[in-house]
Design a protein around this ligand. Sequence first.
Ligand code: ZN
Ligand code: ZN
Length: 310
Amino acid sequence: MCGEGPTWDATCPFCPGNEEAALEVMRVPAGNPWQVRIVGNRYPALTQTTSLAREYSGLVRRISGVGYHEVIVESQIHNTCAALERPADLTRVFQAFIDRAWAIQQDRRIEYILFFKNHGRQAGASLRHPHAQIMALPIVPSEVRVRAVSARTHFDEVGACAYCEMLQEELADGRRIILESEHFVAFSPYAASTPFHVWIVPKQHSASLLHATPAALEDLGRSLHFILRSLYVGLNNPDFNYVLRSAPVRDLGAPYLHWYITIVPRISLAAGFELGSGIYINPSLPEECADYLRTVDSSSLHGAHAYGAD
Ligand SMILES: [Zn+2]
Ligand SMILES: [Zn+2]
């Protein structure tokens, strides 16, 4: 469980005192003690030192691995996790991502910036120290493009953002809503692919997180914190991924794209059927999952904070 074991680990590259200066990209605040650091991945999948090149030969296509692969170290505390931190700690991580994303997209080779978190082994995390990842790609991935084309088609046919419409329908229905705050709605989607799948969607139309106001970011920290604590307590600290779905860098103002965060607890396995069909068998009802997460009492959960009281 988070909170157990040592708060500092001599062998952990993310713990204070073990920082590798050559990998550091930025820290917040500048100097010591830092609260958030962004560092280059030790084993990057993408690099800035190669030039952007595409090759086509028959059916074979290649593109050079140009891009950025960085890690956001979320805390100085080795054994904490997002559910045990404070809302302001989560807000700080998202603000750091935004600042870094604006800088990365100055590189005109970059088409899409992915931001995600792997929590736990089943979700792909290899290091315990709380961290998230940034991957900036020289392409718009097909997963993103397929959704964008669908949203664009809806906008062209109906004249409205599909996500704005979805929010109105979810709020009117109410059964899948987990949380509604000033700026966000969190709900389990109608066609949730897995149990306890949650979306956090801004109420105001916006294609990109990069345009979020400070007030909205504070609210995002609180809303995400509520969801992660509910999952932590209600499902006993499940492994999970969250992924930011936000517009490609050249489409930040698109009227048909609407950013959101998708949170997927790793409590069911994608196996042969899912691989073969792209269809996910969800043994739970999103209405029941939402009802459960709404009512989880996480008030007794206390975390170890590095930076004083709330
Ligand atoms: Zn550590
Ligand atoms: Zn919208």
